[in-house]
Design a binder for this molecule. Structure first.
Ligand code: FPP
Ligand code: FPP
Ligand code: MG
Ligand code: MG
Length: 315
């Protein structure tokens, strides 16, 4: 694997495009009733940037599965079509971000959270009722945007991910003791909660480009494994953070759990599992059809780079 010196930051590669996209999102979430508008736009306001992982990954995926244009006479027509396609793929990124933010608004109500994206959470500022309504509102705007794309396969994929988010969240709040011990249950819940949205939207990006099932499944596999690895590491960081900040004395029942975790090498094994998933994500990118287009190759390298960041992140 060539890791060139001029290896670029994956987020930088599409940063300008992501910022335009967020600008458009600000328009897309404007509402008739001022109270709803100001609530719904909260996470799209300047200064509340969030990490915008999903749009970044999706725009890179769009480039990674791009068909190269030849310099032929049809060049002009093809480039108009390519621009049109790019804007439809940007729409997928917008829809995905709206669904993501909607799910976070609802999640913060369920978790009674007080911070989100480095700022005070919406439920804390506006209360639970408006947070739930704002989430519903974003979700309905996402549906409108999805309908406008006019692709039933893509619409069905994205609707299914919303079902998965709800399923995953429900699995999380209603786990029996037996299910708590089941790795299978944990991984299924994790797929629904964290990985389904990114995997299916990656697939949607490939489908819009007119790719065969083979390529869209590779896009899906990348997203699925990236999302799983992301959540596995998130869960590890939750534990390592807890043991570091717990101190001595109180909460001894949690200490027992942490002791058990240490003896069973839970953290190491979880990290290994996360690594298996990032390896699979990399494999999916490497299995994409051959291309010698510079932009395509740079984007594929960036997607590989993102898997490495997911596995090595410490916060
Ligand atoms: C973070 O949400 C994103 C997810 C849970 C989606 C799955 C992961 C990825 C698409 C890849 C992540 C990439 C890297 C480089 C770590 P959040 O609520 O933590 O983010 P937000 O608050 O900024 O939207
Ligand atoms: C964050 O998990 C939560 C999710 C990734 C999904 C939440 C989904 C729902 C509430 C279902 C409703 C969905 C829609 C589309 C309206 P977390 O609480 O473990 O992580 P956090 O630290 O980011 O809060
Ligand atoms: Mg939460
Ligand atoms: Mg939660």
């Amino acid at each position: 694997q060539i890791r060139s010196k001029e290896q670029q930051d994956p987020f930088e590669l599409v940063a300008d495009e992501v910022s335009l996209l967020v600008n458009r999102l600000r328009f897309m979430v404007s509402a008739e009733v001022p109270k709803l508008a100001s609530t719904a736009e909260y996470f799209f306001k300047v200064g509340v940037e969030g990490k915008r992982f999903q749009p970044t990954v999706l725009l890179l995926m769009a480039s990674a599965v791009k068909f190269s244009l030849s310099e032929s006479t049809e060049g002009k027509v093809l480039s108009i079509l390519a621009d049109k396609l790019r804007s439809r793929q940007q729409n997928i990124a917008e829809i995905t971000e709206m669904i993501h933010v909607a799910s976070l608004m609802h999640d913060d109500v369920l978790d009674n959270a007080d911070t989100r994206c480095g700022v005070r959470s919406l439920n804390l500022i506006k209360g639970n009722k408006l947070s739930v309504l704002a989430g519903d509102f974003l979700l309905s705007r996402a549906c409108v945007a999805l309908a406008a794309l006019g692709n039933t396969e893509v619409a069905s994929l994205m609707a299914t991910t919303v079902e998965h988010l709800v399923t995953g969240e429900t699995m999380q709040i209603s786990t029996s003791t037996e299910q708590q011990r089941s790795m299978e249950y944990y991984l299924q819940k994790t797929y629904y909660k964290t990985s389904s949205l990114i995997s299916n939207s990656c697939k949607a990006v490939a489908i819009l480009a007119g790719h065969t099932a083979e390529v869209s499944v590779l896009a899906y596999e990348y997203g699925r494994n990236l999302g799983l690895a992301f959540q596995l590491i998130d869960d590890v960081l939750n534990f390592t953070g807890t043991s570091a900040s717990l101190g001595n004395g109180s909460l001894s029942h949690i200490r027992h759990a942490l002791d058990y975790l240490r003896k069973s090498h839970g953290v190491e094994r979880t990290k290994e599992l996360a690594r298996e998933h990032t390896d699979r994500a990399v494999k999916a990118i490497e299995s994409l059809p051959y291309s010698d287009d510079k932009d395509v190759l740079t984007s594929r390298r960036a997607l590989v780079d993102i898997t490495e960041r997911v596995i090595t992140r410490t916060k």
